[in-house]
Design a protein around this ligand. Structure first.
Ligand SMILES: Cc1ncc(C[n+]2csc(CCOP(=O)(O)OP(=O)(O)O)c2C)c(N)n1
Ligand SMILES: [Mg+2]
Length: 398
């Protein structure tokens, strides 16, 4: 009797199915759909899955959106007036950032890229704390050592922003690995852009997370641009979500301007990551309506109409329509919120401007228990240089 032909190959403790006809798997064999719950007009899709959301949380989310909108508008103007050196807005991506922050527990760790200050606000960072960082004054938690928008808060479980792209991605895997070892009930969420997803560190991080099985949520804000590079020139695949399959982790794509879809995706990703101790990838499809930063002029690489069309699809307007429909807020209350934040932000700008800059000596502190002799020498040279240039640091001589 003939032995049946083997239909599988045992390799390294795994079973591989066999084929005898040559066929390449196409690079576009997998195309991931986009989850949408709220239609662009702010009405719900019939029979769509819904996130867990009560009025209190919904209003906290909306409040954060409004604050972010007002804050971004005012602080960009402050940069233009020369009052702060640099600024980056979140305009157009508020739904993706606030929806994701709201899907976490407040003790979960967040590692951001730089365009996610709305998540920090959601956690409770005060307007004064934002201002102190932007004005690099002595009350800044980072002691004025970082460029504006490089916020961080140990108390709010939000790690300080690093400028070199993708720094935070492998770090997030390490934080989540720590959470796993400690058997904590927490996860880590790591934000990054579709541009940063091209960095080697991103690939290394995703592979490491899958192999080590760490509870990290990789949250890609696909906002269609990396400064002037459009997403169409960034990758050849069906976006970023599909990559997860290659690393062996669950993945989902959401409409990033639909705050309810983002919220549901993160709530479920969090539960999955905790339950199975696995990383999860979320790709939020959105659009960077503003310039890349205060140093950028998008008119050199895209049409204004393109951004205007996306502005019309604002996640905030969509969410507001839904909230009003549910009678959780009124138009008059929305208007009052905008007005109140305009007043508050302006007052806090004036206040932060008056606060002294950090004492120069803090530059050489906090890295070693005691500054090394080389640092002391460099500090002395810096002071000599400043006085030779006729400059004195305020407070230093007090
Ligand atoms: C290693 C490194 N390379 C280049 C830069 C310059 N840079 C800063 S932001 C950016 C674009 C990043 O785009 P993306 O990740 O899509 O985020 P987005 O700005 O769209 O939110 C670049 C190239 C950098 N900061 N670090
Ligand atoms: Mg981008």
């Amino acid at each position: 009797m003939n032995e049946p032909l083997p239909t599988s190959l045992t390799w390294n403790n795994s079973t591989l199915s066999l084929t005898h006809q040559l066929a390449f798997v196409a690079g576009d064999a997998l195309s991931i759909p986009t989850l949408q719950i709220l239609k662009p007009d702010g009405r719900l899709h019939a029979a769509a899955d819904m996130p867990e959301l009560n009025a209190e949380t919904a209003l906290r989310m909306f409040d954060t959106c409004v604050f972010t909108q007002v804050f971004d508008e005012r602080m960009l103007s402050c940069q233009r007036q020369g009052r702060i050196s640099f600024y980056m807005t979140c305009v157009g991506e508020e739904g993706a950032v606030v929806g994701s922050a709201a899907g976490l527990h407040d003790q979960d760790m967040i590692l951001g890229q730089y365009r996610e200050h709305a998540a920090l606000r959601y956690r409770g960072f005060t307007t004064e704390q934002f201002m102190n960082q932007l004005f690099s004054n002595e009350k800044d938690l980072g002691k004025g050592r970082q460029m504006p928008v490089h916020y961080g808060s140990k108390a709010l479980h939000y790690q300080t922003i690093s400028s070199p792209l993708a720094t935070q991605i492998p770090q997030a895997v390490g934080v989540a690995f720590g959470q796993k070892i400690k058997q904590s009930d927490q996860v880590t969420l790591c934000y990054f852009g579709e541009g940063a997803a091209s960095e080697g560190d991103c690939h290394a991080a995703m592979n490491m997370a899958s192999v080590l099985k760490t509870p990290v949520i990789f949250f890609c804000r696909n906002n269609a641009y990396a400064i002037s590079t459009p997403a169409t020139e960034q990758y050849a695949s069906d976006g970023i979500a599909v990559r997860a399959v290659g690393y062996g982790m669950p993945s989902i794509r959401v409409d990033g301007n639909d705050i309810l879809a983002v919220l549901l995706a993160v709530q479920q990703a969090r539960a999955l990551a905790l339950r199975t101790q696995t990383p999860v990838l979320i790709e939020a499809m959105t659009y960077r309506v503003g310039a890349h930063s205060s140093s950028d002029d998008p008119s050199g690489y895209r049409l204004a109409e393109e951004a205007e069309a996306w502005q019309a699809l604002s996640a905030i307007t969509r969410f507001k329509t839904w909230l009003i429909e549910k009678e959780w807020i009124t138009q008059a209350q929305c208007d009052a919120l905008y007005e109140a934040y305009k007043v508050e932000v302006l007052a806090q700008v004036k206040q932060a401007e008056q606060v002294a800059k950090p004492v120069l000596r803090t530059m050489i502190e906090d890295v070693y228990a005691k500054p090394t002799s080389q640092l002391e020498q460099q500090y002395k040279q810096l002071k000599q240089h400043l006085s030779a240039s006729g400059l004195t640091m305020q407070q230093e001589e007090k």
